[in-house]
Design a protein around this ligand. Structure first.
Ligand SMILES: Cc1cc2nc3c(=O)[nH]c(=O)nc-3n(C[C@H](O)[C@H](O)[C@H](O)COP(=O)(O)OP(=O)(O)OC[C@H]3O[C@@H](n4cnc5c(N)ncnc54)[C@H](O)[C@@H]3O)c2cc1C
Length: 446
């Protein structure tokens, strides 16, 4: 038994050494089919990967993240309504020709004259390796980063909610603050600070995170931290109206619900500074806080900034209606989609829906090109939006149907449970919902 284990280890080492030496030079996968390189494993990149005809294309994916993340349910993992692994899908399950076609690496640049993507191996900070990957067709779907608008202290003291690691850090901070708040000798003022959560930004992410927190306080904190419950407060700071992309009546419904909640407050202002224990508002008010979550729009990634294609005022890559990028020279083999890009004269929202549909379109249109068929332009019809607002209530904002409250919540859960990318997730998510409903949320900290 022990010998067979050793044998397997011994067999693995030489193949890994070969792989590293290949990377150090240049990576040029199988011959014959067109080399399609996808940058990113988010909604856009993963959608292309799943839908592209792998008989026509030799697909290579470059991403520092080896999983696809179902972002609409990310807020639910910050308080333990759902578990982290229930909303991610390993990309290696998506059917690569072989294991070398996925690179856990960061793209750092593109040389359009030599048709190569420059990459940096993201695994080992002490041994960073740079190498190149050749492409015939390149798809840029690297997403975007949170926009801090240059506000001092955000990177140092606030938390973002974009990746699983962010959700995990938030969950740990919330649980840490509750544990500190029950220590003997702690002052009431310090308890109040620790249990004051400030959410900056009233878009869907900020509102859904606030909703999850509210449920957590009502259903679990009341049970586990009985005397601390009275000190918990959630403040949402938003300069404009909340949920700007939703219908006016739905915005009003959500605003009224938030205002009705004793432990929640909506402040119409701007945060101009974040410190370790407080935020400062534009009128000079210093608000003590134990956790600040920053969710105020998007800015381009370093990679998007580095590539020399046409961009708009928000720093997104500008594409034509076939999602082709435009550079100094005519460029017929570089496409961009998702949050890092926008279509000229037909702006798209930065949503999972738009990125996923653009990915499906691109997968089809790439095949059509190879087969010499007509390529139609990408047309995006917004199906609508859903947002959870807490207490088993949601908003559904479709062009043909608008609803709020419990019925919209049923729709919200059904819509997301069925949109999850695999049967494994479609089983896990409802099981997590049931588990936290029956037994309460998991408040372990690790
Ligand atoms: C908490 C949250 C909730 C959301 N809820 C909704 C919702 O309910 N409905 C909705 O429609 N939209 C929602 N969105 C928005 C939606 O998730 C985004 O619009 C969508 O993820 C955009 O897809 P994308 O592929 O462009 O980017 P992403 O999904 O962000 O993926 C980008 C990918 O590129 C990779 N990458 C980054 N840099 C590099 C690099 N240098 N080289 C290679 N790869 C790189 C990343 O690791 C990632 O895999 C939500 C977003 C968040 C954060």
């Amino acid at each position: 038994m022990a010998l067979s284990k050793l044998g397997r280890v011994a067999l693995r080492v030489p193949s890994q050494v070969r792989w590293e030496s290949e990377l150090a030079q240049s990576f040029a996968p199988g011959q014959g089919r067109q080399q399609l390189v996808i940058i990113g494993t988010g909604w856009g990149g993963y959608s292309v990967l799943r839908n592209v005809d792998k008989k026509l294309f030799d697909v290579t994916v470059i991403s520092p993240r080896n999983h696809f993340l179902f972002t609409p349910l990310l807020a639910s993992t910050t308080v333990g309504t759902l578990e982290f692994r229930s909303i991610i899908e390993p990309v290696r399950n998506a059917g690569f020709r072989d294991e070398k076609h996925f690179h856990l690496a960061e793209a750092t640049g593109v040389d359009v004259h030599r048709n190569v993507v420059k990459c940096r191996n993201a695994l080992d900070a002490n041994n960073i390796r740079e190498y190149e990957v050749k492409y015939d067709q390149l798809i840029i779907a690297c997403g975007a980063v949170p926009n801090t608008f240059g506000t001092p202290g955000v990177y140092e003291h606030a938390f973002f909610l974009k990746e699983v690691a962010d959700a995990r850090a938030i969950r740990n901070r919330i649980l840490r603050n509750f544990e500190i708040s029950v220590r003997p000798g702690i002052s009431e003022a310090e308890q109040k600070r620790l249990l004051h959560i400030v959410i900056v930004g009233g878009g869907p992410t900020g509102i859904e995170f606030g909703a999850e927190l509210y449920d957590f306080v009502q259903e679990d904190v009341r049970r586990l931290f009985r005397s601390e419950t009275q000190h918990v407060r959630v403040t949402i700071v938003e300069a404009m109206k909340i949920l700007p992309s939703f219908d006016h009546d739905l915005q009003t419904y959500a605003t009224n619900k938030i205002n009705e909640r004793r432990q929640m407050e909506l402040v119409h202002d701007r945060v101009i500074r974040v410190d370790a224990n407080s935020v400062t508002l534009s009128d000079g008010t210093i608000v003590p806080s134990g956790l600040v979550v920053w969710s105020t729009g998007l800015a381009p990634r370093e990679f998007t900034n580095s590539v020399r294609f046409e961009k708009n005022g928000r720093g997104q890559l500008v594409t034509d209606s076939e999602l082709l990028c435009h550079g100094e020279n005519p460029c017929r083999n570089v496409y961009a989609l998702g949050d890092c890009a926008d279509v000229k004269h037909s702006s798209l929202p930065c949503t999972a829906q738009a990125a996923e549909r653009a990915g499906r379109y691109l997968a089809k249109s790439l095949s059509a090109r190879v087969e010499g068929k007509e390529v139609k332009p990408f047309v995006f019809n917004n199906l609508g939006m859903l947002a959870y607002i807490g207490e088993y209530r949601a908003l559904s904002n479709f062009s043909f149907f608008k609803a709020s409250g419990h019925s919209a919540w049923v729709l919200w859960r059904l819509a997301y449970a069925t949109r999850l990318g695999s049967w494994r997730l479609r089983m896990q998510v409802p099981m997590d919902w049931l588990k936290s409903f029956i037994f309460g949320r998991d408040t372990s900290r690790f």
